[in-house]
Design a protein around this ligand. Structure first.
Ligand code: FAD
Length: 462
């Protein structure tokens, strides 16, 4: 039996990648995308201009034959460069060496490269088409096309990759409740920019070429209840993101109503950062401050007719740099299941949900925990002691101990496994530190003995 046409809503990071993988597997694929073709109309820098790409996302790009091209335009980030304000910034490495790094990639460049590849694989894109509603019984999409006209389009199977505000999800929810729950974080973010040094008159020449700061790091200015981060771009600039409560007592976005008040705040909180942002006032005024939230659903599909993936199914807060990585992992899983299913793909969407939802729930929880770690703990002596002891155990017993961050970022061990294993390892570190006082005082042999006695070896990592 011939496979039905697969209709995708959304040609963003996840939709374009899934379309590409499906077309390479021989499916007939069409995509309806709200935006005009970014390769012609220009890329609207959305809410985050660059993103951290890690192993799960890279694996998806390898599956589509795109990894090398993406890495050629990416900037390697070895770890967190923590700016505490008093001493020189210090690098906390993410992994053991340069084989364990993350990559700063341009959202627009990645999307456009994937659109090119998907089109070359035979995907039919319909840009400038906004999905407004779906009739799942009549199998009809209701769209507004680029000229503003209302159109109807018949579909066989529908895949919603239309992001956190998914219209497909809203239509599915109207047809049969999906158990949707949105948990606001209470914090929002604003994007700012450090230009290349050439655009920074008065700032002393940098030792980092075009970059005003060390380029091979993700910079963090942790300040307890809030923070700034900066990720490098290949041409020498950095995208800076300020994370702050949306409302409430100072400091919050509500108490920084204009660029003047924000500049005063930066002068006291981030005095080293402010001189690197000559367009601070313009950027602060022009850029929005969207709220952050986590989206949970009990169900991701309507029988065999429609399914959600990526942010449409599980939008998470960005503090583990895993939203896109998780969505790209979804795409590999769904494409694989569809490719290996019988012609009509019965049951595939349910299997997809069963496999992915526990993992999406786990990374949602870990991303929330990572906010505390980034804005607060990276400067906390207890956190640093645990990190140090964890590093000693990982070196002495690599088959038994791996920091949770490394499992999430540098392996494809299921997120749910990383979450549970991380808790067990953490409890052991707490016990050892409580008993011995400091990381250096813990006798390594005894610690390894306790580790081996209390936890099975890690799964073999491919
Ligand atoms: P989207 O990227 O939102 O794409 C959805 C697509 O659907 C868009 O092209 C949109 O135009 C289209 N669409 C929407 N509605 C319709 C409609 N009605 N009809 C037709 N088309 C429609 N993730 C990481 O892995 N690493 C990071 O470092 C990272 N940093 C982040 C920083 C911030 C501040 C934020 C907010 C997120 C970050 N993320 C990061 C998360 C990442 O941006 C998302 O997980 C990712 O973009 C999800 O991809 P998606 O394709 O599912 O959704």
């Amino acid at each position: 039996m011939a496979s039905p046409t697969l209709t995708l809503a959304g040609g963003g990071l996840v939709g374009a990648q899934l379309a590409h993988l499906l077309a390479r597997a021989g499916f007939d694929v069409e995509v309806f995308e709200k935006r005009l073709d970014p390769r012609r109309a220009g890329y609207e820098a959305g809410r985050s201009i660059n993103l951290a790409l890690a192993e799960r996302g890279l694996h998806a790009l390898r599956a589509g034959g795109l990894a090398e091209q993406v890495l050629a335009r990416a900037v390697m980030m070895r770890g967190r460069m923590v700016h505490l304000g008093n001493d020189a910034p210090s690098l906390q490495r993410y992994g053991v060496d340069d084989s364990e790094v993350i990559w700063s990639v341009s959202r627009g460049a990645l999307n456009m490269l994937t659109l090119d590849a998907a089109e070359a694989s035979g995907v039919r894109f319909h840009f400038g088409h906004v999905i407004r509603d779906v009739d799942f019984d009549r199998q009809r999409l209701y769209l507004i096309d680029a000229s503003g006209a209302m159109r109807e389009h018949a579909f066989e199977r529908l895949i919603g990759a239309d992001g956190a505000g998914s219209a497909v999800r809203a239509a599915m929810n109207r047809r049969q409740p999906l158990g949707e729950r949105v948990e606001a974080l209470g914090h929002a973010y604003k994007e700012l920019e450090i230009p290349p040094v050439e655009a920074l008159p008065g700032v002393p020449a940098s030792t980092h070429g075009h970059f005003a700061l060390e380029p091979h790091a993700l910079h963090i200015w942790p300040r307890g209840g809030h923070m700034c981060i900066a990720l490098p771009n290949p041409e020498g600039s950095f995208t800076v993101t300020l994370f702050l409560p949306g409302v409430g007592p100072h400091p919050s976005f509500a108490t920084l109503p204009d660029a003047d008040s924000a500049e005063r705040f930066f002068r006291t909180e981030f005095p080293d950062l402010l001189p690197l942002m000559p367009r601070f006032a313009q950027d602060f005024t022009a850029h929005p401050a969207p709220n952050l939230y986590t989206l949970y659903l009990d169900r991701w599909h309507l029988g065999d007719r429609a399914v959600l993936l990526g942010d449409a199914a599980h939008a998470i807060v960005p503090f583990h740099g895993q939203g896109m990585n998780c969505g790209l992992e979804d795409a590999v899983e769904l494409a694989g299941l569809l490719a290996s299913s019988s012609g009509d793909g019965a049951g595939v969407f349910e299997t997809f949900q069963q496999r992915r939802k526990p993992n999406a729930d786990a990374i949602a929880a870990m991303a929330l925990e990572n906010y505390i770690e980034m804005r607060d703990s990276v400067a906390d002596p207890r956190y640093l002691a645990k990190r140090e002891l964890g590093a000693r155990l990982a070196e002495a017993a690599p088959e038994h101990f791996m920091a949770r961050y490394r499992m999430v970022t540098f392996t494809r061990l299921p997120y749910a496994y990383a979450y549970e294993r991380g808790k067990a390892q953490d409890a052991l570190l707490d016990r050892l530190l409580a008993e011995h006082g400091s990381a250096a005082a813990v006798p390594l042999e005894e610690a390894v003995g306790q580790l081996r006695a209390s936890l099975p070896p890690l799964p073999v990592i491919e």
